[in-house]
Design a protein around this ligand. Structure first.
Ligand SMILES: *Cc1c(COP(=O)(O)O)cnc(C)c1O
Length: 368
């Protein structure tokens, strides 16, 4: 366990590399790997994660927003980067920083082409996204003929990839829906490839799609959460390693008398004498307020200490009545995937939300 005097997220790059190779071992040798490092690499520190994965020669990175891509370029990341959710106002930055846009609508396509003409740029790499059921972002299959007419009469951009996104790849009950989506995607690919005489990359699956539907890997997989140690099934998660471990410390210990309360709005009232420990981590650090009143817990010397009262902005108070502990002792919020999944399930959320909620004020300590 890394030693530190405050709240910190330990980021284990060896675990990251293990997860990368584990998932890669389930791909065909020629299948490319796109590492999704949006949202600060799911809370883990995007530049550090990108630098480490760049050493492993990942083919692509993806971020959601343009600022995330600019941040990586300014830090010296050279690998191609897809911006999954650009706006019309981002087109100039795509060109300036060599960030490859997801083109999901005619508005974006036209704004982008206008910018490329002005800049005198030819054959800029773009990624066409199709909506095959998620109804979130993307062209529809009916748009294909119009897109092709446009792209064949305009040489400013080049289709580098054509992709879509699965709706429920983690859910076996939705298997028939997923298979239908894969077929819809294949039909779109065929229609485009008939008219475009150069090859382009085809990609469909996120982590759970990659692990559950090997037949849908096409040329590249887009893996996010799996890199950080989480998959939809214990069968997979148990073979992945946890990258992020969140620790803190006991700032102060109080003895609460029967009838006294703890925290804002007196949300905890002691039914008997209670020993509480105050921990310097709160909802501004990414501890959801729904963890209050006993729903969430932390671990101290291997024992569960439930959160009592409401989660404050900068602190939580936990019950240590049955745990021998003292001020200055290190505590863990979570250091295994199982603990995080358990906390997520108890409080009606998912690992993704908890990881990405860890705020920027929490120190990241890199372990390599
Ligand atoms: C976030 C995202 C992914 C990664 O999903 P995981 O479930 O974290 O692997 C892949 N593709 C798209 C389009 C995404 O937005």
């Amino acid at each position: 366990m890394p030693q530190n005097a405050s709240t910190f997220l330990s980021v284990d790059l060896n675990a990251l590399v293990h997860n990368y190779h584990f998932i890669k071992s389930h791909l065909k040798p020629h299948t490319k790997f796109l590492a999704v490092i949006k949202a600060f690499a799911y809370g883990h520190e995007a530049v550090t994660i990108a630098k480490r994965l760049e050493k492993e020669n990942v083919a692509y990175f993806a971020v959601a927003y343009i600022q995330e891509g600019i941040h990586l370029r300014k830090a010296g990341i050279k690998t191609p980067i897809i911006v999954l959710h650009p706006q019309q106002s981002d087109v100039q930055d795509c060109v300036t920083y060599n960030l490859e846009p997801n083109i999901y609508s005619f508005k974006i396509l036209e704004a982008f082409q206008e910018c490329l003409i002005k800049a005198g740029v030819q054959q800029f790499p773009i990624h066409l996204k199709f909506n095959t059921g998620l109804n979130r972002l993307g062209f529809s299959s009916e748009d294909v003929p119009t897109i092709l007419i446009n792209l064949k009469s305009n040489s400013t951009c080049k289709i580098t990839s054509v992709f879509s996104h699965l709706v429920a790849s983690e859910d076996v009950e939705e298997k028939s829906f997923t298979l239908k989506q894969i077929q819809t995607y294949k039909n779109i690919l065929d229609e485009i490839q008939k008219e475009i005489d150069y090859p382009f990359i085809k990609h469909l699956t996120n982590t759970s799609g990659t692990l559950n539907y090997p037949e849908a890997h096409f040329d590249m997989v887009r893996v996010g959460i799996g890199l950080y140690g989480y998959a939809n099934d214990i069968k997979w998660t148990s073979q992945l390693q946890n990258v992020g471990k969140l620790y803190s410390v006991i700032s102060q210990i109080h003895s609460i008398q029967k009838g006294e309360s703890v925290g804002y709005n007196r949300a905890f009232i002691a039914e008997k004498e209670t020993i509480s420990a105050t921990i310097p981590i709160g909802h501004a650090d990414g501890i959801p307020r729904t963890w209050g009143k006993g729903k969430g817990y932390i671990t101290i010397h291997g024992e569960k200490a439930p959160i009592i009262g409401n989660v404050c902005m900068d602190m939580i108070m936990v019950d240590v009545s049955n745990i021998a502990s003292k001020e200055g002792d290190q505590v863990s919020i979570y250091d295994t995937q199982q603990t995080l999944e358990d906390l997520a399930t108890n409080t009606g959320t998912i690992s993704y939300e908890l990881l990405t909620a860890i705020s920027q004020r929490v120190l990241r300590v890199i372990v390599d």
